[in-house]
Ligand binder design. Structure first.
Ligand code: ADP
Ligand code: ZN
Ligand code: ZN
Length: 699
């Protein structure tokens, strides 16, 4: 007997609503993994719930359908909730169902046949029974897995009043979303830990999301220490394919109690999900920037509602979206008002750079005041941290005679001067050349760097503070495996006096000996065209400030220095008072009057082509076709414009913004429009790529 199966496969073309193809096969529950023929290939697929019959279209006769090739029957089917999450992601972010479903499953799953998979699963179950531990990629290792209930009494500190109220609210509030607002060191992680302990004690699983893979080991260590005897697995892109499969399987089989991971972990299959934590919920890394451009934070909220699990969003500087929802009462706000142990936040000091005597050529020098402060910390044996959001020696090299600058021939961007290997490198396309001996335009031998990057800052610090041990952490110094951990360990061990780096070092790290943090040149974000730039800058500076004085005994003397040309800017005024609420209120007022999110809803249509004309033509045709739909009346479609970096690797980019007061109206238009865009794409031969970005981070 043959049954009809609706299967989600990665179809090469847009396969319409749902993206399901019909196959023949035995009776299989939805959520089963199969392999199915597609053209001349055999592709993985997930058996889906049969869509309602379409009265406008007669179904294909059985004879026209092909049978599925293989069934991975040893894998328990993916749950209805998981399928619903995938279906929502596909619909909301306008990508094929099969594409989303398969891109969020571990890639190894595609390679194994049923027999191999069955053996792996049997092995995992067996080792779980013995209480033996999963190895690589798994942090909590213990022989007591079988022991039930709260294994961690005694390790927990007594909660503060605020923390207790937060834990109680979360543990009592099935299917609510909570916004936990508290500065660095106010005890947010302790709230996550105790909320998770409660979830585990109920026999349910907890999912904890962190923005960056670099930050997973620290949080993982803390969870592992607390939950000895529980099985904790991580899911992030830094795992080997085999580790990722194993950890995913442990979660899917219900053998892991806790899953800790980056944005892709929001799709982990968790049969007993009881809590979702999103740490640093404001962080832009939660937004996927290719394929289905989903926001893991937003999907976490959706998933929590779907599976009746509380969602705990934590941040010192919540996103304005979440903040507004909390104000509207859609999220429950929980505040941790103080740093644990009464630690105070660092004093914020502004250095007015416009008052400094102008030294030739150099605009953003180190101020003498800051150098003095660094010298003082050095004498006391305390550490300082300086950050600058630019790697390399200088962002541009220029000719003092004719004004030539080190542009990239393939991009609309400058090539960065890297002094260590005397190269000019494009940070957009990677194009690298040795620094020319003379100006390529006039032959002048005097080529000078303009501005500064971390490499130059490191050099300047070393000159200004002879004898100081200076370390630099940025993408250039941490490329080698283990290099980052090694450098961080040196900082923790007190082998470094001054740490210089990009924003990589401003986030999350629990440095104990740092008493001074300085932002060398934070101004550029104040006047950026990106409407979220101030929000991001404020979050970064608050977070950086949180790196100072983490040890309560030193907190009173800790300082955060800002070198600025705009010392009266309201953003800095709010930062001085560590006043997120005031900052958020002023930002929200600005967003409201400018008609920006969260007061409006946006989508971007991006196009890439060899020529600006080809990219623009596609967007203009797309806009014209959108006008045919009645939904377009509620959506404002802006003219096509180039993004800030318009040309990358000889490809021209253009984009078009869609804005609507209602999320529903925007979604309805996108739904109508997508098939048209696929159709148009075929007609525009000059087009290389196009994509829709719903709720884009930058416009
Ligand atoms: P956050 O996540 O907000 O930065 P943490 O949860 O990491 O804050 O807390 C900061 C420090 O205070 C940590 O070392 C933590 O172990 C400690 N801590 C947290 N809560 C308590 C408490 N109730 N009693 C004692 N120490 C605590
Ligand atoms: Zn020249
Ligand atoms: Zn380039």
């Amino acid at each position: 007997m043959t049954h009809r199966l609706a299967v989600a496969v990665e179809a090469p073309q847009y396969s319409g609503l749902g993206g399901l193809l019909d196959y023949l096969g035995g009776p299989l529950p939805p959520g089963s993994l199969v392999r199915a023929p597609l053209g001349r290939r055999e592709v993985p697929g997930v058996v889906w719930d049969a869509p309602p019959a379409d009265p406008a279209q007669a179904p294909l006769p059985d004879e026209a359908l092909r049978p599925v090739a293989q069934v991975l029957s040893s894998l328990p089917p993916l749950s209805a909730a998981w399928r619903q999450l995938v279906a929502f992601t596909s619909a909301y972010y306008q990508r094929g169902l099969g594409e989303v479903a398969l891109s969020v499953l571990p890639p190894e799953l595609r390679k194994l046949d049923d027999e191999k998979l069955a053996r792996r699963i049997a092995k995992l179950r067996k080792s779980a029974e013995k209480g033996a531990t999963p190895d690589a990629g798994t942090a909590a290792e213990s022989a007591e897995t079988a022991k039930p209930a709260v294994p961690d009494a005694g390790l927990e500190p007594t909660l503060t009043e605020d923390q207790r109220a937060a834990v109680e609210a979360v543990t009592a509030g099935a299917d609510s979303t909570f916004l936990l607002h508290g500065v660095t060191g106010s005890g947010k992680t302790e709230v996550y830990l105790q909320a998770a302990a409660h979830t585990l004690a109920q026999g349910r699983q907890a999912l904890v999301l962190v923005p960056e893979i670099n930050l997973t080991p620290q949080l993982e260590a803390r969870f592992a220490e607390r939950f000895r005897g529980r099985r904790l697995v991580s899911l992030h892109s830094g795992l080997t394919p085999a580790q990722r499969l194993k950890n995913w399987l442990l979660a899917h089989l219900g053998l892991a109690d806790l899953v800790l991971g980056t944005r892709l972990a929001v799709f982990a299959s968790l049969p007993r999900l009881g809590l979702i934590v999103v740490d640093e919920e404001h962080d832009p890394s939660y937004k996927q920037q290719e394929g289905a451009r989903y926001s893991a934070r937003d999907l976490a909220v959706y998933r929590g509602r779907l599976e009746r699990a509380p969602v705990l969003l934590g941040s010192a500087t919540p996103s304005l979206e979440s903040w507004q929802r909390a104000q509207q009462g859609r999220y429950k706000r929980l505040d941790l008002a103080q740093r644990i142990g009464g630690g105070v936040l660092p004093e914020v000091r502004l250095v007015d750079m416009s008052l400094l005597p102008r030294t030739h050529g150099v605009t953003t020098a180190l101020s003498p005041q800051l150098v003095d402060a660094l010298r003082e910390r050095l004498a006391l044996g305390e550490q300082s941290l300086l950050f600058l959001n630019r790697r390399g020696y200088a962002p541009v090299l220029h000719c003092t005679e004719c004004g030539w600058k080190s542009g990239c021939p393939h991009c609309s961007a400058w090539r960065v001067f890297h002094r260590s290997d005397r190269t000019l490198r494009c940070h957009h396309c990677g194009f690298t050349e040795r620094v020319p001996r003379a100006c390529p335009q006039c032959g002048n031998l005097d080529l000078q760097p303009l501005g500064r990057g971390t490499e130059r800052l490191e050099e300047q610090i070393a000159e200004a503070l002879p004898g100081a041990r200076v370390a630099r952490i940025d993408a250039d110094t941490t490329r080698a495996a283990g290099a980052l951990q090694e450098r961080l360990a040196a900082v923790h061990a007190g082998e470094v006096d001054v740490l210089v780096g990009t924003q990589m070092i401003a986030k999350g790290h629990d440095f104990r000996r740092i008493t001074l943090v300085a932002a060398v040149n934070p101004d550029s974000a104040l006047f950026a065209s990106d409407f979220r730039a101030p929000e991001r800058l404020f979050a970064l500076l608050m977070q950086a400030a949180g790196r100072a004085g983490r040890d309560a005994s030193q907190a009173a003397r800790s300082q955060m220095w800002l070198q600025t040309w705009h010392p009266t800017h309201p953003l800095y005024a709010a930062l001085r008072r560590h006043d997120f609420e005031r900052f958020a209120a002023s930002q929200l007022a600005e967003r409201e009057s400018a008609g920006l999110p969260p007061y409006t809803h946006l989508a971007l249509l991006r196009a890439e082509a060899r020529t600006v004309e080809a990219a623009t033509a596609f967007l203009e045709d797309a806009a014209a076709r959108a006008g045919e739909f009645t939904e377009a009346a509620e959506v404002l479609i802006y003219p096509a414009v180039p993004p800030p970096v318009a040309r990358v690797a000889d490809v021209e980019r253009m984009q078009m913004l869609l804005e609507a007061a209602s999320r529903g109206a925007l979604q309805r238009l996108l739904w109508q429009w997508m098939p048209v865009l696929y159709e148009l794409r075929a007609a525009h031969k000059g087009l290389i790529r196009w994509a829709v970005d719903v709720d884009p981070l930058a416009i």
